[in-house]
Design a protein around this ligand. Sequence first.
Ligand SMILES: [Cu+2]
Length: 149
Amino acid sequence: MKLLKILLAIVLVLGNIPAQAEDPTVITVYRSPSCSCCGKWMEHLKQNNFTIKDVPTEDMQAIKTKYGVSEKMASCHTAIVDGYVVEGHVPADDIRAMLKTKPNIVGIAVPEMPSGTPGMEMGGKKDPYNVMSFDAENHYQVFKAHTEQ
Ligand SMILES: [Cu+2]
């Protein structure tokens, strides 16, 4: 009877241990050394358990060409995670969704720099925007729509 109580106590204790946090996801971020909104976006990723490999570079166009980011998809920074391209101010949740579902695409992008995206906070101003996915043939599709709140 005593043993049973001890076992029960152990089970209760184990049940209360919180599930271990996910391992940080490593993401390489190419950005111009003078880009401040890029830094704010990296901050957003850090807060969402990403580990940043920060690579300042003067020639962002070379990076975009190398990774197949067309003019239509282009924003400020270009990041690589798990073989996927992440262009611009994409929210961490959308990156995670891509890494989970592993779609057959080159990557996802928030073209240009809409206000209200992570790292582009402009007071309360929030533009509706789409996270786009793109493939090697430059086909685009809405990956996730973020409508005005
Ligand atoms: Cu930016």
